[in-house]
Ligand binder design. Sequence first.
Ligand SMILES: NC(=O)c1ccc[n+]([C@@H]2O[C@H](COP(=O)([O-])OP(=O)(O)OC[C@H]3O[C@@H](n4cnc5c(N)ncnc54)[C@H](OP(=O)(O)O)[C@@H]3O)[C@@H](O)[C@H]2O)c1
Length: 179
Amino acid sequence: MKKALITGANKGIGFETAKKLLENGYFVFIGSRNPENGRLAVQKLNEIGFENVEAIQLDVTDIASVKNARREIGNRTEVLDVLINNAGINGGFPQAALEAKAETFQKVMDTNLYGVVRVTQAFIDLLKKSEKPRIVNVSSSGCSLTLHCDPDWIYYSHKAAVYPASKAAMNMYTINLAY
Ligand SMILES: NC(=O)c1ccc[n+]([C@@H]2O[C@H](COP(=O)([O-])OP(=O)(O)OC[C@H]3O[C@@H](n4cnc5c(N)ncnc54)[C@H](OP(=O)(O)O)[C@@H]3O)[C@@H](O)[C@H]2O)c1
C-alpha cells in the first residue's frame, strides 16, 4: 500500500486531499500542528469509512517537531511514496509593499518556504526508497510572477506583497528540487 504524508491536513485543502488519496487506496499520515485537531480529522475520516489513516504532530516551523514526525513515521514505514507540502498561511491582508512589516514576511516565509524546505529535507530519505516518489508543493496561480506582470490578467490589480512572494519563492525552490 502506498503511503503519503500531507502537512496541514487537519482541515481545508489538505483534509480534502487526504480523502482523495484514501479513496485511491493510499495510507495517509495527517500532519497537524495541533495534535487534537489531527486526532479529530482522523476520527472524521474513520466515521466515513477510512481506516488507513493516522495523525502525526507536525509544525513545519519547528525543526524539533519535523524531526520527531520523521522519527515517528520512520517507525511505521520504511518507505514514503508521496509528500504533499500543503501547510500554508497568508499572513493577513492587506499586504501593501510599502506597509507590510518585515516581521510578517518572516512569519509567512517561515511556514510557506522554510517549512517546505525543512519537511522535504527531513523526509527525502524515506521518499528515495519509493519506486515512484512524488513531492507536491501546493502553490497558487495568484502567486505567479508572470500573471502579476500582465495588465490583462483578471486579478492584475489584486496585489499583495507577502503571501505571493512566499509562494513565488517556494516555486523557485520546487524548480530546483525537481532539477
Ligand atoms: N484556499 C485557497 O483558495 C488556496 C488557493 C491556492 C493555494 N492555496 C494553498 O493551499 C494550502 C492549503 O490552504 P487552505 O485553503 O486549505 O488553508 P487552511 O484551511 O487555512 O489550512 C491550512 C492548513 O495549514 C496548517 N498550518 C498552518 N501553519 C502551519 C504550520 N506552521 N505547521 C503545520 N501546519 C500548519 C493549518 O493548521 P491549523 O489548523 O493548525 O491552523 C491548516 O491545517 C496552502 O498552502 C495555501 O497557500 C490555497
